[in-house]
Design a protein around this ligand. Structure first.
Ligand code: HEM
Length: 77
């Protein structure tokens, strides 16, 4: 987060219009919302709903890896 923000402000005009950067921030926000809502709900109880556990784990893996992949794509778009 810190190094990414520093890189962003080092060349705002370059990154702001980059579609991969925009996708990355959208996925990052979705991952953060998931972390603060569903993930927190599932991990707050000793007997969570198994279906909710699977959904939150799958979404979490896809979104956080998505942030990294979109970050990698920034340099290619
Ligand atoms: C959990 C949060 C984050 C993760 C996992 C992440 C991950 C990555 C990865 C894997 C890369 C590619 C590095 C490479 O090509 O060698 C990258 C690049 C970058 N990230 Fe992030 N990032 C995160 C948050 C942020 C944030 C919050 C910002 C800005 C507000 C940001 C801005 C950038 C920029 C500008 C690049 C450079 C792209 C380039 O010139 O190739 N990142 N990030």
């Amino acid at each position: 987060m810190v190094s990414g923000t520093a890189m962003f402000f080092s060349a705002v005009e370059l990154y702001y219009f980059n579609p991969a950067f925009k996708l990355k921030i959208a996925v990052l926000l979705a991952a953060a919302v998931l972390q603060l809502t569903l993930f927190r709900k599932v991990t707050a109880t000793d007997t969570p709903n198994p279906a909710l556990v699977k959904v939150s784990v799958l979404l979490s893996i896809v979104l956080w890896f998505g942030v990294g992949l979109a970050g990698r794509a920034i340099g290619y778009v």
